[in-house]
Design a protein around this ligand. Structure first.
Ligand code: HEC
Length: 130
């Protein structure tokens, strides 16, 4: 039977690229990969802060918290030092403002605009600021 190999070739030539395309299009199925210990690490705490995003977000804090003598530019009132505080302290303070457990209109407004993730980001970044 002569035509058979040729037909087989044609079929393959058509099917192979299709198969490849289909494979490329479908994301690999989520195979449970044996996880590194880091994934189950010691911190059951909700979110891991991202330093770089924290730096971006902290830009708006500088106007009040970034000034020598810990006063904002205008009107001149005292603000606490936040750079270099511990992560736990910073995220707790911001979370408390966010939930209204700490009352201060400015800081409540600030922290309400952030998600939990963003508060974690800020805390990671600010804890490294001297
Ligand atoms: C308009 C001025 C202003 C801006 C902007 C501002 N803060 Fe504040 N912040 C204050 C003042 C005033 C306090 C003190 C509030 C109080 O007495 O509870 C404070 C308190 C805090 C505290 C509690 C510190 C402590 O030791 O009790 C944290 C943490 C904090 N701010 C973080 C931030 C972060 C992060 C940002 C930027 C996303 C930010 N603040 C932006 C004025 C500001």
């Amino acid at each position: 039977m002569r035509p058979q190999p040729l037909a087989a070739c044609l079929v393959l030539a058509v099917l192979l690229p299709l198969g490849a395309a289909a494979q490329a299009a479908t994301p690999a199925p989520a195979v449970p990969v044996p996880t590194a210990p880091a994934a189950t690490g010691p911190a059951p705490a909700a979110v891991t802060g991202r330093f770089d995003n924290g730096r971006v977000l902290a830009y708006t804090c500088q106007g009040c918290h970034g000034i020598t003598g810990y006063k904002n530019a205008y009107p001149s009132y005292k603000v606490p030092k936040i750079g270099g505080q511990t992560r736990e302290y910073l995220s707790q303070a911001l979370t408390e403002y966010r939930h209204g457990k700490r009352k201060h209109p400015t800081m409540q407004a600030q922290s309400m605009s952030f998600s939990e993730q963003e508060i974690a980001d800020l805390a990671v970044y600010l804890s490294t600021v001297k």
